[in-house]
Design a protein around this ligand. Structure first.
Ligand code: AP5
Ligand code: ZN
Length: 208
């Protein structure tokens, strides 16, 4: 299947994508991870405000479309089935995506603002595996893993607030756009991770 997963920062896109790729044997295409792996890439020749993706990311701003579109285009050309996470984030990107591929469904994980802030400020990452944890909701069992967990650079309270405002301004119109096309499936993302997964899995199975 070709799945788009939409949701605010902290809605659980990465958490659910990890389950989707295992169950449905598809690629995880995530612009956030791709950009984090290329934070220092020199993009100054693209006539952008800053010289690297990292400078946008650490302030919670969107990296320029030109950079992100190229990443997605390349990844999609190599994928058969996929779950696309973190793109499109504005209407220009949504239009660009239409020229790249067809989708089987767009899933929207709905989570309220207060819960989002709580999830993001408590998130921890395993730098060795990329696994996602939360200090309260999903702590690791292995003390060795716990020891090496790190916080993402953009999970500070100030940057989280900026990311949420970028979501409201730029990405909510994208959700409306898919909704108007009748392609949007909503899932209550505020449930426990396993319950969200049950709904996500059933929704995908219905659509393909
Ligand atoms: P990106 O990495 O995409 O970040 P994001 O959209 O802000 O989303 P997150 O990764 O923060 O949240 P998530 O929904 O994956 O939640 P997670 O599963 O981790 O983008 C980062 C930056 O890159 C952007 O700000 C921008 O600068 C740039 N960028 C990326 N794409 C771009 C694009 N297309 N255009 C331009 N710029 C782009 O879960 C969060 C926490 O909650 C975890 O701790 C988890 O354990 C916990 N949790 C998850 N589910 C549950 C649950 N059901 N109950 C309780 N806790 C839960
Ligand atoms: Zn993510």
């Amino acid at each position: 299947p070709r799945i788009l997963i939409l949701g605010a920062p902290g809605a659980g896109k990465g958490t659910q994508s990890a389950k989707i790729i295992e169950e449905f044997d598809v690629d995880h295409i995530t612009t956030g991870d791709a950009l984090r792996n290329n934070k220092e890439m020199d993009i100054s020749d693209m006539d952008t405000e800053y010289d690297t993706p990292g400078e946008y990311m650490d302030q919670g701003e969107l990296v320029p479309d030109e950079v992100v579109n190229a990443i997605v285009d390349e990844a999609l050309s190599q994928a058969d089935g996929f779950v696309l996470d973190g793109y499109p984030r504005n209407l220009e990107q949504a239009e660009e995506l239409e020229g790249m591929t067809d989708l089987d469904l767009a899933l929207y994980l709905e989570v309220g603002e207060e819960e989002l802030v709580h999830r993001l400020t408590g998130r921890r990452m395993d730098p060795e595996t990329g696994d996602i944890y939360h200090v309260e909701y999903n702590p690791p069992e292995d003390p060795e893993v716990e020891e090496r967990l790190v916080q993402r650079d953009d999970d500070t309270e100030e940057t989280v607030r900026e990311r949420l405002s970028v979501f409201h301004e730029n990405t909510e119109p994208v959700i409306e756009y898919y909704d108007e096309q009748g392609d949007l499936e909503r899932v209550d993302g505020e449930q426990a991770p396993d319950e969200v997964w049950e709904d996500v899995k059933a929704t995908i199975e219905d659509a393909v």
